[in-house]
Every structure is written in structure tokens, then in C-alpha cells.
Design a protein around this ligand. Structure first.
Ligand code: SF4
Length: 378
């Protein structure tokens, strides 16, 4: 089992909170598409396992012509062994979704769409500097459903300074009314050097309040779970059997290949990330060189990565898997460190797994850091 991720580094507008790699100028679009095609061929030996998931993320992949998506998929098929039932997802923004695009995406072979709705409130969309309005989101989901896409995910943002609990509840109600099987909910963060970060620094917008974010996260868990959605990962809810296969594979430590500027790859014990610069990427790939930095993970880093990713999932950390991969000593140490969290009912021990309780989900990063192992002294 393995996955391929494409990073499409173009957007119409820069959302104020975003720190992903993208450009709002499309003048390098075609050289970049050409470079993506070349990188696929250069990397054809990176994964030995069959490809079960392909994901177009970004940036805004819905900005590029569907024929280009189809062409990239053809090159992947010619160079890798892709499972007949592979999940193939495209991230799309509502303002790019038209009936013609939907038909073309279907023909290209996509079978899952992830739509960046974020909110149905005009004032919030404007505040975030999103390129779409609320009506476009409703219309976009309906077009996708009419065009035969059943597997749709919708993104929401919570914890914005000017977002009340009532407005979030309305967003969730509108989302549920659309009948999508998967919803990702992200807490707003202020990343250094984003427009939001500068706005907060200059006092142009209020600070993000952690109490409000915690309260809204609890509300989201209640609303989504009572609507029948599994909270299968901290930021992700799905109807039964509708989880994102691509993201689930990341959390299980499955190898993946990242194609495009800033894309990350992982082959089990080595992590690699491409340069976050479109011109530099195009130039290097043009010379037949992959512009990436590599890091070989130590056994301790692999354990910590496993703790970090699996603790966020509803199945939690399997100490049996850790024992199988890294020996019996580490699970015993983790179990010792877990005791205070279990006593405080933030973690529970169930079927040989350490699982976050609902209250524990509010402190996932802190608990993970406490369970991390330290590098042995030389
Ligand atoms: S559309 Fe997505 S990638 Fe582009 S700026 Fe907005 S949040 Fe970032």
C-alpha cells in the first residue's frame, strides 16, 4: 500500500491565514505542469508498493485544467502500479466548480473531492480573504453530487476571533444539510508572517482565544457525533466507511511520494521534502535533478512520529505494533509515562491501545510530547 501526493502551488487569492506554498501568479503554470510530469518519471522507482491513493492538494488544484489532471494521472499509471480501486482526490475551491469542470474531472478519473468551504458566513469569508461566497459553496456541492461524486469532503474553520458559537452551529447545520460523508474541521491558527499574523500584531484583528477554540471544538464533537459521524482523527469526521484513505495512510505510516514544490515524501525510514520555490523547482527538474532535502529518521524519531500520528486517531497508539517494530522496552516506558494521563482520564487503555478521551483530545499535542522517547545518549 502506498500513496502519491501532488502539490499544485497556485491560488487565485491569498487567504489571510494560509502558510502553504503557493503563488497567485499563474505565469509559470505550464512550465510547472511540465516539471510535475518529469518528476513523476524521475521518481518512478521511489515506491515499490501498489498505489492505493492519489491526492491533488495545494494550493488550489481546481485552478488547473482538468485535461492536465488527466494527463498527470496517465503518466502515474504508466510509471507505477495503481490499484483499480484507488482513491483519487482533488482539492477544489467552490468558485472553480462548474458543471463542465465536474464532468471533466469525472472523465479524468477522480473519484473524491475535497471542497474548501471554510464557512457559510459572508463576513467570515471576507475576513479570511476567501475567493468564494457562501452561495457558491452550496451550488458547488450540489453540482458535484449531480455530476456523480458521492465521496465529498468539506472543510470548515472554527475558532476565528469574530466567530460566535451560534454562527459555527449554523455552519455545521448547513454542512449536514448538504449530506456530505466527510467533514474536516480545523482550528484557525496564526502562523508567522501570514497576513493574519501581521493583522493580529498590528491590533487590526483580535487575538485568537484558546478558550473559545476549546469550547468550539467540544461543540463540534457533540454536533458531528450526534449526526452519526465518526470522529476518526482530531480534525476529521466521517460517516461509516467514508474515511479519507489517503490521510489515513499517512497516519498509519504508509509510504508516500510527494510530487511538486514543497511536497514531502516518506519511504518508511527516510523523509524528503522538495524546495518551496516554483522557479527553483522548475529549473532543477529541467536539469533532471530533484531539488529536495532528505532526513534519515532514527529509531527514536520513528517511534515519536508513530506516537504523534496515531494518538490523533480514534484507534490510538498500538503498543503491540510498537513492540513488533521497535522491541519490548519502549512500550513499557510509554505505558509508564501514560499512567498520569490515564489517572486524569485524558487517556484510556483499551485493547492494548492508548486512546485519547474526549477531554484528552483537547490536549493531544501535549500528551504526545510527554509520551515521546528521547534519543539514547552516545
Ligand atoms: S486557497 Fe487554500 S492554499 Fe490557497 S491561499 Fe487559500 S487556504 Fe491557502
Amino acid at each position: 500500500m502506498a500513496g502519491i501526493y501532488f502539490h499544485i502551488p497556485f491560488c487565485k487569492k491569498a487567504c489571510h491565514y494560509c502558510d502553504f506554498h503557493f503563488s497567485t501568479s499563474l505565469h509559470q503554470l505550464y512550465p510547472l505542469l511540465q516539471a510535475l510530469e518529469t518528476e513523476i518519471v524521475l521518481r518512478k522507482n521511489y515506491l515499490s508498493e501498489p498505489i492505493d491513493t492519489i491526492y491533488f492538494g495545494g494550493g488550489t488544484p481546481s485552478l488547473i485544467p482538468p485535461a492536465a489532471i488527466q494527463h498527470l494521472l496517465e503518466i502515474v499509471n504508466a510509471n507505477f502500479s495503481v490499484s483499480a480501486s484507488a482513491e483519487i482526490t482533488l482539492e477544489a475551491n467552490p468558485d472553480d466548480i462548474t458543471a463542465e469542470q465536474v464532468t471533466a474531472w469525472k472523465m479524468a478519473g477522480l473519484n473524491r473531492m475535497s471542497v474548501g468551504v471554510q464557512s457559510f458566513h459572508p463576513h467570515l469569508l471576507q475576513w479570511m480573504n476567501r475567493a468564494h461566497d457562501a452561495n457558491q459553496s452550496v451550488e458547488a456541492i450540489s453540482l458535484l453530487q449531480k455530476g456523480g461524486f458521492e465521496n465529498i469532503s468539506l472543510d470548515l474553520i472554527y475558532g476565528c476571533p469574530n466567530q460566535s458559537d451560534e454562527s459555527l452551529e449554523q455552519d455545521v447545520r448547513e454542512t449536514l444539510a448538504l449530506g456530505v460523508p466527510h467533514v474536516s474541521c480545523y482550528a484557525l491558527t496564526s502562523e508567522p508572517n501570514t497576513a493574519l499574523w501581521h493583522m493580529i500584531k498590528k491590533g487590526e484583528t483580535p487575538q485568537i482565544q484558546s478558550e473559545q477554540q476549546a469550547r468550539q471544538f467540544i461543540l463540534l464533537m457533540e454536533w458531528m457525533q450526534s449526526a452519526g459521524y465518526e470522529h476518526y482523527e482530531i480534525s476529521n469526521f466521517s460517516l461509516p466507511h467514508q474515511r479519507s484513505q489517503h490521510n489515513s495512510a499517512y497516519w498509519k505510516g504508509v509510504p508516500y511520494l510527494g510530487i511538486g514544490p514543497s511536497a514531502h515524501s516518506f519511504n518508511g525510514n527516510e523523509r524528503e521534502w522538495n524546495i518551496s520555490n516554483n522557479a527553483g523547482y522548475i529549473e532543477s527538474i529541467g536539469k533532471g535533478m530533484i531539488p529536495s532535502t532528505k532526513e534519515i529518521l532514527t529509531a527514536t524519531q520513528q517511534v515519536n512520529e508513530y506516537i504523534m500520528t496515531t494518538l490523533r486517531t480514534m484507534e490510538g497508539i498500538s503498543l503491540v505494533q510498537i513492540a513488533n517494530r521497535f522491541g519490548d522496552v519502549i512500550p513499557n516506558q510509554i505505558m509508564l509515562d501514560a499512567q498520569p494521563w490515564i489517572r486524569e482520564e485524558l487517556l484510556e487503555w483499551k485493547n492494548q491501545h492508548l486512546i485519547l478521551t474526549r477531554a484528552g483530545k483537547l490536549m493531544a499535542d501535549r500528551i504526545a510530547a510527554d509520551l515521546f522517547r528521547e534519543e539514547p545518549e552516545l
